[in-house]
Ligand binder design. Structure first.
Ligand code: CA
Length: 398
């Protein structure tokens, strides 16, 4: 991601919560409800990422660091999503995976490369694709089969491999999946003209229309895709149904991180081909000062069952409720985002040649789909701070 997204940055940033309408609250699902945060028990998760070396967009590297830094995740499997047609299968970001496992002193989880071609329909099982691209879906299915407990599915690229797994064995997924975090699209209705959707339109519609417990985390506000004026966007809460925020200056954030985490990011950003593990012990050089769009951090916080707390002036942390209690700051919790129930229907024709268009009815009594909304006035500031503080987490080896 995505030049498309950044080009609309100014519109996104112009949406102030203070001037947005209040959201209905009767059927709001409290954040943290699923999966249940159990303090001494890890949350099994299968993670699907279009993680490449060099990066297509380095947001996937930031996301990977956050995933591994949150010790409550038991990373059961990682799927290398190779749905980006311009990238080659041997471009996968294995170096970053090896690096973050080393930094956090965690094992490299089982991993596999996913399907190469778009699903031909919303119920395509992907079984007609070449055998070297079957391992990803097969790893998802075997991981679920072997799990004694429900597993979180979390995607930060296309929906392809999770959708194909669902199409192959919907019964298994319904039985074993605790939640599916779909970081894609433009909520809560209208044209779904967004990068991750475009990677596989049929797969996106498959997941959103499935009966799985979907946590829909749209990447773009609908305002970026409409002709709405700045004034209209600021006055309408419909534009806060997305996870997008920006790191204003990456160098300022990155220089505060452990040296090995800095080196992971620099290794990716400089397309280094040296040994990725040896590279971690370098003295880090400067990082780009460029602004960076980010998407999946708040959903990762939610999937981990953490809440957000403010300490001092503008310093935000994501802690488990128990950890916050131990630190004596549980009274400083701030509500940064929430999920609403939503009933979706597709109003566009079937087929990958059509841009998906959805109609969404918010706050219905019951639905398998919930949609993200940020509700905090300083959502951007809070998420940058949360991101930095998670990435600074000290682990046994860093
Ligand atoms: Ca991505």
């Amino acid at each position: 991601m995505k030049a498309l997204k950044l080009s609309f940055l100014a519109v996104i940033l112009s949406c102030s919560f203070y001037s947005c309408n209040g959201a209905k609250s009767e059927n709001i699902i409290d954040d943290g409800k699923v999966p249940a945060p159990i303090e001494d028990k890890q949350i099994p998760i299968i993670y699907s990422s279009d993680l490449f070396h060099p990066p297509g967009d380095i947001d996937d590297h930031y996301d990977l660091v956050v995933l591994f830094m949150m010790q409550e995740f038991d990373i059961k499997a990682l799927i290398f999503d190779i749905s980006t047609a311009s990238r080659q299968p041997n471009d996968i970001g294995l170096a970053a995976l090896r690096q973050i496992a080393s930094i956090t002193n965690r094992p490299i989880p089982p991993y596999a490369v996913g399907l190469r071609q778009s699903l031909t329909s919303q119920d395509d099982r992907g079984e007609g694709q070449a055998s070297q691209f079957q391992a990803g879906v097969e790893l998802i299915l075997t991981t679920l089969q072997e799990s004694d407990e429900k597993v979180v599915l979390f995607l930060v690229g296309s929906c392809r491999d999770f959708a194909a797994a669902y199409n192959r064995d919907s019964t298994l997924l319904k039985e074993k999946v605790a939640a599916v975090y779909v970081n894609a699209g433009c909520g809560p209705d209208g044209e779904q003209n967004e990068w991750n959707v475009g990677l596989d339109r049929n797969a996106y519609l498959c997941l959103l229309k499935s009966d799985l417990p979907i946590y829909w985390c749209p990447c773009l506000t609908r305002g970026r895709l409409s002709s709405a004026s700045k004034q209209e966007i600021e006055s309408n809460s419909i534009y806060s149904y997305n996870t997008f925020f920006t790191i204003p200056n990456q160098a300022e954030l990155v220089k505060t991180l452990p040296a090995k985490v800095q080196n992971l990011l620099i290794y990716a950003a400089t397309s280094s081909s040296t040994d990725p593990i040896e590279y971690l012990v370098r003295t880090p050089g400067a990082f780009t000062t460029d602004i960076k769009g980010m998407w999946s951090i708040a959903p990762l916080v939610h999937a981990a069952g953490r809440k957000i707390y403010v300490k001092g002036n503008g310093n935000y942390f994501a802690y488990s409720p128990q950890e916050a209690q131990n630190l004596g700051i549980d009274n400083s919790k701030v509500d940064v985002f929430l999920f609403h129930t939503i009933r979706l229907s597709q109003t566009s024709p079937d087929g990958a040649s059509h841009l998906p268009v959805l109609a969404g009815e918010l706050d219905v009594a019951e639905s398998s789909v919930q949609v993200f909304q940020y509700i905090y006035p300083d959502f951007n500031e809070a998420m940058v701070s949360v991101l930095a503080n998670i990435m600074k987490t000290q682990t046994p080896s860093n």
